[in-house]
Design a protein around this ligand. Sequence first.
Ligand code: SF4
Length: 66
Amino acid sequence: MKIELTERLLREAKRYELRASCNHCMYHTAQGCLFGWPDRGQSVDVANLEQVADIDVEFCKEFELR
Ligand code: SF4
């Protein structure tokens, strides 16, 4: 799921310490995603999104917080 990177999203991601990357997902293993999904930017922490504003940001619907 692609999300538009807005100022509001960046502000709220920091304020609420949102987690959305594979690193924080219970399905993430040392070998990669348990479902075999490719990394399309999910490894980027939400708090650092402004550093990757030039790429599409995609969120995985399978994400489950550890
Ligand atoms: S289920 Fe989604 S968020 Fe979780 S490790 Fe796989 S690709 Fe990443």
